[in-house]
Design a protein around this ligand. Sequence first.
Ligand SMILES: [Zn+2]
Length: 528
Amino acid sequence: MDKSKISASEYRSFTGLRDSVSNNIDNFAKSFEDALCVLTSDDLAPLVELVAWCESPNLFFTRSNEGSVTFSRSIQASHFVFNIERVDGVNPLANQDPGNFSPLGAELENIFPTRGTNSYPYAYEHIAQVFDHPCAPDVIAVHTAQHKYDTNLGNHGSLGVIQARAPFIACGPGIRRQGFVDDHCRLVDVAPTILKVLGVPTVGGIGPGGIFQDDGLYLTRQDGRPVDRILEPGFNPQRVLVFLLDGCNANVLYDRCEGGELPHISGLINRGTAFRHGAISTLPTVTLANHTSLMTGCFPAHHGVLHNAWWDRQLNRQVVTESITTWHTAMDWLTPATETIHQALKRSRPNSVTYSVNEPADSGATWSTFEFFRQGKQMDIMPDLAGPFPLAHPEVADFSPHTRFGVVADTMALNHGTGLWSGELYGQTMELPDFCWINMPLIDSVFHDTGPHSELSRLALLETDARIGEILAMVERRGVLDDTAIFLVADHGMEQSNPDITESWNPYLERAGVKFRDEAYGFLYINP
Ligand SMILES: [Zn+2]
């Protein structure tokens, strides 16, 4: 049987929760088959890299216009393992090389990767985890690496390596001094690594195989594992400081560092370790899903913040997490077993002081920017939108409303970061933190608007480096730099879009008579 051609009766076996009336199921199955047929047609190949769906809790399908792969998931030694059950034509997920298109020269030589040249690190696990969420879509449509969405010259969200690859730098006490190494980790590895650096004891919980284990975890639900190869065993600093540069292309960042343009970030690399192939984010490679993965060590479907938006079948409504009106409530969607770094640290060190600057994934923080939003006091902390913006380039601030928002947010990050480490913010005494997380969204704004390789993106990196330098100088002034491990990461990468590929698949589906919702561009709910 060709399992890639799903029938109504087969689908009925696992959609009992989704549809209870047989007519609905038959309608659903027809729409589902029509949708797959349209999305994997040769006409849409420039738009659709591949589609993926799930036939039972542990059997998954991925198809492009060139072929398909069926893969299964099982548990071995408390971890998920994946087996290829069948390939027809070209396996769209065959190349999973995390080192593909690295360093920057290799990316620029392949500026618009095709399905034949792209790679999809951890694709089997990253697709499978989506379907563990009760609100998983019926079909995931993954846009091509080249696809240009809206007016964006830079894009992410796909499975391809450039959109998935975030930078990963760590330095300071407890971290080995290796400089650049040709290595990578995953975003879900960051939280357990930070907790291990801080000397947090392990606990029992739901581990990387989705089942309970008695011990060995740093968080009560954990998909990642500590990156032991960067750690100096037996040396635990008192504090950790994290910089999250939203949407930062790792190749571009590293190239600017090696060109001598970013002295403060280069200083972190010289004092520690940078993974040339970065930290790989999870499908969908978008902001809220992967900020929360960084903070919890869990894949999006497991921590609960599935995407920037999704359709909740039980509530029968759209959920939006990534918007200016909902960021501050995004953590309401965390699953009960999930812990943040703040919560895990306070479980073992109840008197810990933790700060969350500009970060929606803030549950358990002692002080958080977004707490002001939850209390309706955001105007008390927002910089004046008219400026002045210290360290900002006027060309960046004045380019678009989007880049101005980024400059305002990063100015707030600078004010809060230096204030919190100085010991006083808004007239309040602030204790030195055990853990401080600073999210800086400017890079994402500028890389989206102008593409990651533009002159404006270079300026955005220069001013981000300067803001990081100011915050590090304050840490040094307080005399605790030698007792603070520092991490620099992003939530996903950013890839140059092809201005010739701007169509949407939605009109094609509508013309084929498919009734669907497309949430956050690519999570398709059939006959919702
Ligand atoms: Zn982002």
